[in-house]
Write a protein that binds this ligand. Structure first.
Ligand SMILES: *Cc1c(COP(=O)(O)O)cnc(C)c1O
Length: 468
């Protein structure tokens, strides 16, 4: 057989080879034909210089088809040290949540069907009971994310009316969520109250007028004001609102459902505390500290929640069955707080101690050193992780990392950290670390369990060929 020829066979002839037939079985006729056509065109573009090579043509088809077949959205190793990393998908789901999602995906479910009455039901019913039980609120509903929750609450309760907010709380969360913009989009009029660092109860009283719809308090989430500061305690503001007959709405941002100090983590306000302090509506995320799927949870007074649920935007922002299934299963784990740190991955990752993480780093470091050889130096170093997603922005969790830098004796790291980071991202399960002090640092906090460690180590061989 002549593998090399100056003229290629016709496309239909090429498609009949054993290799392309096998690829057709796997990827389908249309995709293989398109890949073959592109490979032929690429050859023609330089036909004057290279003879047609069937093996190279088939390899080009195979790699193009494999590239297309690889999922665009796929798992990565989050070794950034930020546990709830918005760009990397935030909370890792509990096995219970994963099983619940798979179950409702496989077939029909009672999503909006009341099995007891045999009549149409409400999709919120699957989670409302758990949310009221866990927060002490009268009623609850849920939407696509917390940004949507804030939008819906304002649209439903403050349309064309005024909403006083402290100037210290006019925040921007990453991804263009800004309180003043959301207000405008919801049709509410923001009334700025107090100053950036200090807001007093009398500032709110001065802001109240006939067009005031409600008072809103926003958790500062991703920044902290320090020094000469004053904010009105929730209970005082709630009492003032109650006296004036105005709803008091609090956007808690992360809103964990349990007291995190129990696990040595920094304190974060809970929806239950806000409700107990007199808040009428509280919104918070499902996939931040709560450790569930992306969702925006709204709890509060029965009459206000009913009004929120009846707003037309609720239909546009509602949750799908997969999210509801994951949310219900996640919320159920909170019924047993004693076992929560074992069962809820987000909390398990946040509570891993530095000694344990150092052991992981000591196990992993030799494999990294072996894969990269004497082109680098590999150390185990202490480092600090962050919670992420605007939760507890100034708090750090002591952790341990595998730090990879220029070999001992090299004067400068040069481009090595960037090239190494790129090579790590190109692995079959991409590894995302962070670059600090001329080193790529791989924080071990989210490398969770023996199976994950084994997968991580098994793919490191590919680094041997990386250009550093
Ligand atoms: C994170 C956050 C939001 C947005 O929540 P998403 O669930 O990401 O939409 C809104 N408000 C505050 C205070 C936040 O911290």
């Amino acid at each position: 057989m002549t593998a090399l020829a100056h003229r290629p066979p016709a496309l239909d002839k090429l498609l009949e080879s054993d290799t392309l037939r096998a690829l057709t079985q796997q990827h389908g006729r249309a995709a293989v034909r398109a890949a073959a056509r592109s490979a032929l065109e690429a050859w023609r573009a330089e036909a004057a210089t290279t003879p047609f090579d069937t093996a190279a043509f088939e390899a080009a088809c195979r790699s193009a088809l494999e590239r297309q077949a690889a999922a665009a959205l796929r798992p990565v190793f989050n070794l950034t040290g930020t546990v709830l990393h918005t760009n990397l998908g935030r909370a890792v789901m509990a096995p219970e949540a994963i099983d619940a999602v798979v179950a409702v995906m496989r077939g029909a479910s009672n999503l909006e069907f009341d099995l007891a009455r045999g009549a149409r039901g409400d999709r919120d019913d699957h989670i409302a009971g758990l949310l009221t039980e866990l927060t002490g609120a009268e009623a609850a509903t849920a939407v696509n994310n917390n940004a949507a929750a804030v939008l819906l609450v304002l649209a439903a309760l403050a349309d064309r009316k005024e909403v006083p907010v402290s100037r210290g709380e006019l925040i921007e969360i990453g991804g263009a969520f800004r309180i003043p913009d959301i207000m405008r989009r919801a049709g509410a009029k923001l009334v700025e109250v107090g100053t950036t660092n200090r807001t007093h109860l009398r500032d709110f009283e001065d802001a109240f007028g006939p067009r005031t719809a409600l008072v809103m308090k926003v958790h500062a989430s991703n920044y902290a004001i320090q020094g000469f500061t004053a904010a009105v305690p929730v209970a005082e503001l709630a009492a003032l609102c109650r006296a004036r007959g105005l709803p008091f709405v609090e956007d808690l941002g992360s809103g964990t459902l349990v007291d995190l100090t129990r696990w040595g983590l920094p304190a974060e306000p809970t929806p239950a505390q806000s409700i107990a302090a007199g808040a009428n509506v509280v919104t918070f995320s499902g996939d931040k500290l709560l450790g569930g799927p992306q969702a925006g949870l709204i709890v509060g007074d029965q009459a206000l929640i009913q009004k929120i649920k009846r707003h037309p935007l609720k239909r546009s922002l509602r949750l799908d069955k997969m999210t509801l299934a994951a949310l219900e299963a996640t919320l159920k784990l909170y019924r047993d707080p004693d076992r929560l740190a074992e069962r809820l991955p987000a909390l398990r990752l946040l509570t891993r101690g530095q000694a344990e993480l150092r052991q992981v780093a000591e196990r992993i470091a030799p494999a990294v050193a072996l894969a990269l050889g004497d082109r680098v130096s590999v150390q185990v170093l202490p480092c600090s992780s962050q919670i992420g997603s605007g939760s507890l922005p100034v708090d750090r969790l002591p952790s341990a990392c595998v730090a990879v830098g220029a070999p001992a004796g090299a004067k400068r790291a040069g481009r090595l950290p960037d090239r190494l980071a790129e090579a790590l991202r190109a692995l079959p399960v991409p590894v995302i670390g962070r670059i600090e002090d001329g080193q790529v640092r791989l924080d071990m906090r989210c490398l969770d369990g023996a199976a994950a460690e084994a997968t991580f180590v098994a793919q490191l061989g590919a680094l041997a060929q990386a250009r550093l």
